[in-house]
Design a protein around this ligand. Structure first.
Ligand code: SOE
Length: 386
């Protein structure tokens, strides 16, 4: 079969640049039936030495040091944005205006206003777009979605989710710069809300529908940190920790917590959903397992079952090894890339689109506002199971 090539221009060569590049590289090997295939045409980063080395290491044909030059190239079909959040808007809008498809690392933007402009730009240009909320594409998480959609859990009462880390406890850690931009409000927009809770919220709404209103508290534990750009001690303005509760449109209650101060936890992303007939729970540290309690089981064998989601008839797993053999974090990006190319075949959207991710942005903004004003906030979310 003659493949249609999609020439990728990646902007940013940090941690996320690597995850996305790995995603593209695995496509021809593990998704050989796709009609579309990526060509790793160019990568862009400001420092020539860094970007040149990245291009060689990951197999990009060329490199640029100015993202505008990359977008201007005729031999780029899709722009993939892997830079800090404060650059998402400008690059995404320029790429869309140049008629390129746009893939963008999460979160969509620093805030709702920027997100709205990005959504409008891709809508106006009519270009394909997606946001890399990668955890949707882990087989165990996709299986959870299938079980929930089958109605087996019945009426949903509760949804709870955590994302716990501990990497910023050290008060001598700076803010800003290449390594610590996630701690700089100007670069990131928010702290754990946009960085970690955004994942929890994206999954929560995908699995359990729209979030209507929120009430939250946030905390900044270390009030001042040296800024890498200025060298001065500056006020910390990102949320170090955030807890919120909410109402879902389906009548269930939600409870969410995220922090970078949970000593011992590196990336403990979890969710649990409780329905009338059953419950599901999942955790990133054991990402191939889905725990399922089915209240309709015979009473003498009723209990939590631990499903090792590695069989060929479970989501995505027919593409990998043989039943029982695990896959990892990086595969979620391979799956997202594959789903993107598949969506080019079908002409359907590759969810979450920018418009879907804007709904997550609405919740994030309401969470931040609620903590600031110490009041419940409506989210204005419009969710149609994206
Ligand atoms: C933060 O440490 C971080 O890398 C997030 O930015 C990612 O989105 C998350 O998947 C893992 O943690």
């Amino acid at each position: 079969m003659e493949k249609k090539e999609i020439r990728i221009g990646l902007i940013g060569c940090g941690f996320m640049g690597r995850t996305h590049s790995n995603g593209y590289k695995r496509i021809p090997n593990f998704f050989p039936d796709l009609q579309y295939t990526p060509v790793m045409k160019a990568v862009c980063s400001r420092t020539e030495e860094t970007v040149k080395a990245f291009a060689q290491q990951w197999g990009y044909e060329s490199y640029e040091t100015d993202w505008k030059a990359l977008i201007a190239r005729d031999d780029i079909d899709a722009v993939d944005i892997c830079v800090p959040n404060n650059m998402h808007k400008e690059i995404a809008i320029a790429a869309a205006e140049a008629g390129k498809m746009v893939l963008c690392e999460k979160p969509l933007s620093r805030n709702l206003e920027e997100g709205k402009q990005m959504v409008e730009a891709v809508r106006k240009a009519g270009v394909k777009n997606t946001i890399w909320y990668n955890y949707r594409r882990l087989p165990a998480v996709t299986l959870a979605k299938q079980i929930i959609e089958s109605g087996k859990l019945g009426k949903i009462f509760h949804y709870r989710s955590n994302f716990l880390q501990d990497w910023t406890i050290n008060e001598n850690l700076p803010q800003g710069g290449r390594a610590f931009w996630r701690m700089d409000a100007n670069a990131a927009g928010s702290g754990v809300t946009g960085d970690l809770l955004a994942h929890c919220i994206d999954l929560a709404m995908w699995l359990n529908g729209g979030i209507e209103d929120v009430s939250s508290v946030t905390e900044i534990f270390v009030k001042q940190r040296k800024h890498e750009d200025t060298g001065h001690l500056e006020e910390v303005k990102i949320d170090d920790a955030c807890i919120f509760h909410c109402h879902f449109a389906n009548g269930s209650l939600g409870l969410f917590e995220s922090t970078r101060y949970a000593r011992g936890h590196k990336a403990l992303f979890t969710f649990e959903i409780n329905g009338e007939h059953g419950s599901l729970k999942w955790d990133l540290h054991d990402l191939n397992r889905l725990e399922y309690f089915n209240n309709t089981d015979d009473s003498n064998v009723k209990g939590w079952r631990s499903i090792h989601v590695t069989d060929g008839d479970q989501p995505y797993m027919d593409k990998w090894w043989v039943p029982g053999l695990s896959i990892g974090y990086e595969h979620s990006f391979v799956h997202q890339a594959a789903d993107f190319f598949k969506s080019l075949e079908s002409g359907e959207d590759c969810h979450p689109t920018f418009a879907d991710a804007l709904q997550t942005q609405r919740v994030c903004e309401a969470v931040i506002d609620s903590a600031k004003d110490r009041q419940w906030k409506d989210t204005q979310v419009e969710w149609k199971n994206q």
